[in-house]
Design a protein around this ligand. Structure first.
Ligand code: NAD
Length: 714
């Protein structure tokens, strides 16, 4: 049976047609093949009509214009030869280009998100109008999946908004709102949502009268006419900026810049041909595949309720209490208040409470668009934040998150005070990073309402949150925690309880191995450099200084107790800890830091006195060996997480590492990378290291994968 159409034709006035996109049963309009075919069929009919003054393209979904092309169709074509991609790109462009050649004015009336292929469709219209609400955004996020706009975006955008603006928009991949799009010249104007269609009709009329759209049709089809000096200047400055941002690990922005520069002085069709040819080289590459995987990881996370049961609904939360106004509690309170919850923040000490509240107010008042505090934001949010030193003041909260000192006795004493005061349905959560949720749940009257909600530091920046099930936590509690985390705009991954949960358990073998490498003669800088060229945002040695060697020392102790067979107790971390070299916070760790600054560490000549006596051998390592030593134990630990049933899906491991510790997105995630290598290759890579100890011995799961040629992502 044929499915209902996505695009419907109607007449808003006798001579003005409207094409409304509204994909049945979907929250978003996606430009799948069948939608493009529908558009083509409508244009076939409309182009023949001589009675039309204009065509308006809009969406039937409030707050959603078009979310882009259908990435699943790209994936299906990933193994096709280059010509297929060239044709995919050219055919889409030829279709949209008809919107700039019709015998009538074409206007895109944009309310809501308009990105990727959607922005290109709008771009090929003669004019664009946007609504003035914050949901209306246009953008070209293609570089985030390792490609660039391929339906004429790199050719026509520079002609509409100028090459420099187009390069910034397309190579950066960030969205802009209607106001910014108007300032750029992409949109003619922004209007309130209710006025969008009348304004689009008025625009058709005024364009028809002035005929200025015809002038632009000619202008935007012609070469840009930039001189060599202008082009060379733009090339040098943009390349340098992109290189700095991508560290040479993401080729798409530079490729986009190259076609825009080469196409600048060609006519638009020739520039489009260049685009189609160039984009075909990016499709299907390992980086494109890896970044598409990340896209799907996020997409899956957005749909995942955190539980398997379909008949459990999360509870509605209005008020959230936070215990502990320190680094984490303050961050959690601010993130929660920003999303419209009533927040009560508690600390033992009045002094810490006031300090914490100041930090929260500063954070919620920050306005990105003016890069500073906004009085309006403060007035909106601050009345919803209460500070108190009285535990009883949090009694009425629907959710209470404890973020006090990492001491199980202190936490349990607090639970004993607050739990009897809470409503029957209220949820109690801990932000602990190392104490088992199982242990903290012992002695609670309602362990089924207890859950771990583990934010990462700094809360403002880190997208990942682990939601940890205790032995008696119910589905409703988990689903409510997941829904709350999503409301904060973050990615929750649900796991079962176990030492280090997911992310810290995987980070530890990597960090541990870095210290072992030092003691086997690898230079500190080489270790960090190898990890960074693998794609990590910073090397493991620098990470020690950032996390704090005291924290790492205590966390290491807990992991050693849990996994004595494979966690090495490094004499180096003990020596650093005993010397008070805690890292950035104490002014010295593996590097030296200027007091009171979060500056980049400098070499510290006094470090040798601690490290040198502990070095066991003076071995030379290649960067590849260092990468293997750092990341293979991580892969093995991940297979143990799966074997132990800690994670629900391997994809949670990958999402967790990318958004929890910055594992390089261009590798698609740890397990995606492992699949790329193949289990048999990993077994081979492990062989030379097996004598080191258990931490390098293949697990049963890996052996099974190698025998069956299996993939973690199956
Ligand atoms: P912090 O030392 O910055 O803040 C803790 C606050 O709790 C202090 O202000 C203290 O006065 C207050 N406090 C202590 N006992 C209290 C009580 N009984 N009632 C109310 N307030 C009390 O600590 P933090 O770094 O924010 O860590 C808090 C929790 O978050 C810990 O469980 C920690 O393991 C976890 N965590 C920390 C990080 C991190 O990187 N700092 C990351 C993830 C999780």
């Amino acid at each position: 049976m044929a499915s209902a159409p996505t695009i419907k034709l109607s007449m808003i006035e006798d001579d003005i047609a409207v094409l409304t996109l509204d994909e049945p049963d979907k929250g978003a309009n996606i430009l799948s093949r069948h939608v493009l075919e529908e558009l083509a069929a409508h244009l076939d009919d409309l182009e023949l009509r001589s009675d039309l003054a204009g065509l308006i393209i809009c969406s039937g979904k409030p707050g959603m214009f078009i979310a882009g092309a259908d990435i699943r169709e790209f994936v299906a074509a990933q193994d096709e030869p280059k010509e297929v991609f060239v044709e995919m790109s050219s055919a889409g462009r030829r279709l949209f280009q008809r919107l700039s050649q019709t015998p009538f004015v074409t206007v895109a009336a944009i309310d809501g998100i308009c990105v990727g292929g959607g922005a290109e469709l709008a771009m090929w219209c003669d004019r664009r109008l946007m609504t003035d609400n914050s949901k209306s955004q246009i953008g070209f996020p293609e570089v985030k999946i390792g490609i660039y706009p391929g339906w004429g975006g790199t050719a026509r955008m520079p002609r509409i908004i100028g090459l420099s603006n187009a390069a910034e928009l397309i190579c950066g991949g960030e969205n802009v709102d209607g106001k910014a799009a108007t300032a750029l010249g992409f949109a003619t104007d922004t209007v309130p949502t209710a006025d969008l269609m009348p304004a689009a009709v008025a625009l058709v009329r005024s364009e028809k009268a002035s005929q200025s759209y015809l002038v632009d049709r000619q202008r935007w089809a012609a070469p840009l006419g930039m001189n060599d000096t202008e082009l060379a200047f733009l090339a040098v400055t943009s390349q340098a900026y992109i290189q700095q941002q991508t560290k040479g690990q993401y080729p798409a922005p530079l490729a986009a810049l190259a076609v825009m520069l080469q196409g600048a002085n060609l006519d638009v069709n020739a520039a489009c041909d260049l685009e189609a040819n160039g984009i075909a080289d990016l499709f299907g590459t390992p980086i494109n595949r890896a970044l598409i995987n990340v896209f799907f990881l996020i997409d899956r996370n957005k749909k995942d309720t955190g539980i398997e049961a379909a008949d459990v609904t999360p509870r509605d939360l209005k008020s959230v209490g936070v215990f502990g106004a320190g680094i984490m509690g303050g961050g959690i309170a601010a993130a929660t208040a920003r999303r419209g919850y009533d927040v009560a923040l508690n600390d033992l000490s009045e002094e810490y409470l006031q300090k914490g509240l100041r930090a929260v107010i500063e954070e919620v008042s920050y306005d990105k668009s003016i890069k500073g505090p906004s009085i309006n934001k403060a007035l909106d949010v601050v009345p919803h934040i209460d500070g108190t030193t009285d535990v009883a003041d949090l009694a009425g909260c629907d959710l209470v998150i404890e973020a006090i000192v990492e001491n199980p006795d202190a936490k349990k004493q607090l639970y004993a005070k607050i739990e009897p005061l809470l409503g029957d349905d209220a949820i109690l959560a801990s932000n602990t990073s190392t104490i088992p949720i199982t242990r903290l749940s012992q002695g609670l009257a309602r362990p089924e309402k207890f859950v771990g909600i583990h934010f990462f530091n700094p809360v403002r920046k880190m997208m990942l949150v682990e939601v940890i099930r205790g032995p008696e936590t119910t589905d409703e509690t988990v689903a409510t925690a997941v829904a709350y985390v999503k409301k904060l705009g973050k990615y929750p991954i649900v796991c079962n309880d176990g030492p280090g949960f997911v992310v810290n358990r995987l980070l530890l073998p990597y960090m541990n191995e870095a210290l072992e490498l030092i003691l086997e003669g690898a230079p500190i800088k080489q270790i960090d450099r190898a990890a960074k060229s693998f794609g990590m945002p910073m090397g493991p040695i620098t990470l020690y200084d950032v996390v704090g060697l005291d924290t790492a020392y205590h966390a290491g102790g807990i992991m050693k107790e849990a996994f004595p067979d494979r966690v090495v107790e490094s004499p180096l971390i003990t020596a650093m800890y005993e010397a008070g070299r805690f890292g950035q916070k104490s002014g010295a760790g593996f590097f030296a830091y200027a007091p009171g600054q979060k500056s980049k560490g400098k070499d510290d000549p006094t470090l040798a006195a601690i490290v040198d006596p502990l070095i066991r051998k003076q071995q030379a390592f290649s960067d590849e060996q260092i990468v293997d030593r750092l990341f293979l134990p991580m892969v093995l630990e991940a297979t143990r997480l799966i074997e132990d049933g800690i994670v629900r899906n391997v994809r949670d491991i990958d999402l967790g590492l990318i958004f929890g510790v910055g594992f390089p997105p261009f590798r698609g995630g740890l397990m995606f990378w492992a699949d790329h290598l193949g289990a048999a290759t990993i077994m081979e890579k492990l062989k030379p290291y097996e004598s080191i100890g258990e931490r390098f011995r293949p697990t049963e799961l890996l052996k099974k994968m190698a025998t069956n040629d299996g993939k973690f992502y199956d």
